[in-house]
Ligand binder design. Structure first.
Ligand SMILES: [Zn+2]
Length: 332
């Protein structure tokens, strides 16, 4: 049992700390619990008169509380209306200069994602970092994103009358990925791959990166006999995407693409859609050259595609219907 130590606001005003049970929440602006820090290091949130609080050099919204975690650590969680949280999420996920419809689509997807993460078995629902959605707090808020959150108040993505499971990433590379190809599990009709003509002008639509062979060997050398002579893509899935990278030294090994990305870093291996891989040993320092399409996992909403589709006149509902076929926008 996790002990909760709550710091009530010093204002004497009604607090918004939810003590359990979703039924107390306003259905249009349900509350969520956001993990601001997994370990406070002994620091305390400083609650301000304007219903914000300072912690870790930033200002945040909601009602902060600390939670005792295993090992004696204290975590900081804030309980907050989901739309207040979205004010500091949407501007970090979609540049405020993007068309309003793209910002609104992002707001609906981010709201659906956050509400879908509500859990009675965890002491928080979402993390404030990239493990869920990056929340930048009050300083991240900008008027264009705030307008998108307000314009979509209460709206979420549904499928067959139930909340949809939503994902998004920066650029799909021309076709979104099937959810099962990336994470396995059960196929979902609205998370199948769709051809995307909208993101062709995105910065990472096609990319090439190279990595020093030393770095590759540091990660995979023990599995290739300590050398690397050649590299190739492994068998393709039903959508034609390689499932693995085959590295050949004195020993040949097959590395699943997800593991390959994790080991070499997401800045280098920018997506799960690899188009080519080779060893270039003609240079003084041999390198592994990797080519691919898109940025991120590619499942669900393509953010760059959404931006260009919105520029051509699509509404948020049309954007979402394109990337999540068969879903609809409910509420609000
Ligand atoms: Zn795309």
């Amino acid at each position: 049992m996790i002990a909760r130590v709550e710091f009530l606001r010093s204002l004497g005003a009604a607090t918004t700390i939810a003590t359990g049970g979703f039924d107390v929440w306003d259905p249009l602006t349900p509350q969520i619990r956001v993990l601001v820090a997994a370990d406070t290091g002994g620091a305390m949130p400083q609650v301000a008169p304007d219903a914000t609080f300072a912690f870790g050099g930033k200002r945040w919204r909601g009602a902060p509380s600390t939670i005792g975690m295993p090992g004696g650590r204290l975590a900081l969680v804030t309980t907050i209306d989901v739309d207040e949280y979205l004010l500091g999420v949407v501007p970090l996920e979609a540049p405020p200069s993007w068309p309003a419809a793209a910002l609104q689509a992002q707001a609906i997807v981010a709201r659906t994602y956050a509400l879908g993460r509500r859990s009675l078995s965890r002491p928080y629902d979402v993390r404030a970092d990239d493990a869920d959605q990056h929340w930048g707090g009050v300083e991240a808020e900008v008027p264009a994103a705030t307008a998108a959150v307000q314009a979509t108040r209460g709206r979420t993505l549904t499928y067959g009358g139930s909340a949809a499971s939503v994902y998004y990433s920066s650029c799909c590379g021309g076709r979104t990925a099937d959810v099962t190809a990336v994470w396995g599990g059960t196929p979902q009709v609205y998370l199948r791959g769709v051809d995307d003509p909208h993101c062709v002008a995105a910065p990472d639509y096609r990319w090439t990166r190279d990595v020093a062979l030393d770095r590759v060997l540091a990660a995979f050398g023990p599995r290739t006999g300590g050398t690397l002579a050649s590299a190739a893509l492994g068998d393709a899935d039903a959508q034609g995407r390689a499932r693995a990278v085959v590295l050949s030294g004195t020993v040949q090994t097959s590395i699943p693409v997800a593991e390959f990305r994790r080991a070499l870093g997401y800045e280098v291996v920018r997506s799960s859609w690899l188009r080519g891989i080779r060893v270039e040993s003609t240079q003084a320092a041999p390198r592994l050259v990797i080519e691919g399409s898109g940025r991120g996992h590619g499942v669900g909403l393509c953010q760059w595609g959404s931006r260009f589709y919105a520029s051509s006149g699509a509404s948020a509902a049309e954007i979402l219907a394109f990337y999540f076929p068969g879903t609809s926008v409910s509420g609000g």
